[in-house]
Design a protein around this ligand. Sequence first.
Ligand code: 7TS
Length: 407
Amino acid sequence: MTTFPIEKIRADFPILQEKIRNKPLVYLDNAASCQKPQQVIDSIVHCYTHEYANIHRGVHTLSVKATDRYEGAREKVKDFINAQSTKEIIFVRGATEAINLVAQTYGKANIKAGDEILITAMEHHSNIVPWQMLCEETGAVLKVAPINLQGELIFAEFEALISDKTKLIAVVQMSNALGTVNPVDKMIACAKAKNIPVLLDGAQAIPHMSVDVQALDCDFYVFSGHKLYAPAGIGVLYGKQALLEAMPPYQGGGDMIRKVTFEETEYNTLPYKFEAGTPSIADVIGLGAAIDYLNEIGMDNVAAYEAELLDYATEKARKIKGLRIIGEAAEKGAILSFVLDNIHPHDIGTMLDSLGIAVRAGHHCAMPVMDFFEVPATARASFAMYNTKEEVDVLMQGIKSLIEMFG
Ligand code: 7TS
């Protein structure tokens, strides 16, 4: 941990210098959205100050510059997740839009009445509802692989739910409510044995570990920029080229066409076929800057640092009487969900805020997970690479003072 450049990293994130209620900000709501380094902020300012115009359509200098930056960011994303080609990188608004895109294009073209879509019991609503909508439209059936009390997938049950009827498996790589990291290698191997395509929801995983879509052999991979130190409003759908080629377009409009007459439209090639309309140009460029930033630190270093931070926090939390951790999987990312005896999670959130500590309290858009653990909500501290053990101490002290006050 000593070699991790934590002080330099913290200095790169201007918002970490803010005071909240006269206390130094302790930002532990990174799973909802994380903060941005100066390098990302600068890239956006630079774009709007010097290089902004619409892309792909102008011959003028600014349009060419903006297009180069935008397509340069696509190249960076491709390398970051080790896709084979930039044709496989579709810019969307976020993980939510990416999943809806797959459901409405791949899903409608390939899934019919009686087919099954398999998810897990720990999905975020955005990896449940689009499939429910598709099932409603097509008559397909949604199957849910259960979890155990540690918050781990029950692998044998997952395997047993895969049948000849299964036409798509859509699973979260790392749970936002529990922190569980799923054994996606093994899950994908099971799916591949039966030729079933797999979509991985990488919204939480990608800020915490290195991702190689070719090694994973997933068919689709989705994530949002705003959880990856990049701007909000931008995200990525990765899809294997052959699958994307065969899929009908999602939205119609400018940029996604090659030729339009009133009689018919010829669609553009990949990746543009799925990028109708003017995208969030500066934000894509910001995503490229965030990837440059992360590459400099190294995702394996981020993962190692955060693992130590989570271990430290978990050990401290376990010593607090009246605190119950929700989600104790053996394989976990840097998320600590918890409840306290006799104190509602919303009160925990409000009280911690008065100490300058930002955590999220609620169902975390994973209501079925709350139902399974029989809690209305949890308080969730979610860590990023800029958090420190000292901040964990402040959190634990805050929780103890809360318990004393309410006890
Ligand atoms: N999938 C997972 C696993 C998520 O955690 C989230 C957002 C999404 C998908 C959707 O991402 P979006 O960027 O399209 O909204 N999770 C959370 C959260 O835990 N708190 O706020 C948003």
